[in-house]
Design a protein around this ligand. Sequence first.
Ligand code: FE
Length: 206
Amino acid sequence: MAVVLRAMSDHHDHHRRAGRSDIELRVRAMEQLLVEKGLVDPMALDAIVDQYETKVGPRNGARVVARAWTDTAYKRRLLDDATAAIRELCYGGSQGEQMVVVENTPAVHNVVVCTLCSCYPWPVLGLPPVWYKSAPYRSRVVMDPRGVLAEMGLRVPDTTELRVWDSNAELRYMVLPRRPAGTEGLHEDALAALVTRDGMIGVAAV
Ligand code: FE
């Protein structure tokens, strides 16, 4: 098993992290204030966050994956320079300035984490899910990726090498899942509809 991790100190700016948690506190304080004043409904806020976590955001990544599945030249460009290839589909910008896409094959399964905080490629995947930001996932997926994936419902065969990629403020990873069997006749749009957020993080098969 190869665990691919970059030195945390090289890639994470602790001052920036302090700034981020300060922003999180402010956001929480504002949300509480708005709820107390009766200006927003917390259920509606949750629904909006869920929409961005699971629907709007990951649809962009799904289009990238479906294009790669149907266009070998595009796939080559994607694996070679993901930032540029993703920009071809007009996705990019904040929290996705430097992208790397790693391909799942029968021999290699990739999974993405941010060991220090919650770095995540927003332009292609939207907002990170709560479990992605949780301390148990961040620490355990590095030490025991096979075990963590099994708990999440994905059994990776012992014959498949597992690679863990640590996203950070500068560089963010996305997984190119394996195209499901029996989808040979499907067009790009239909394929994109099959691609899930979790598949592009590497914690589920598509
Ligand atoms: Fe991070």
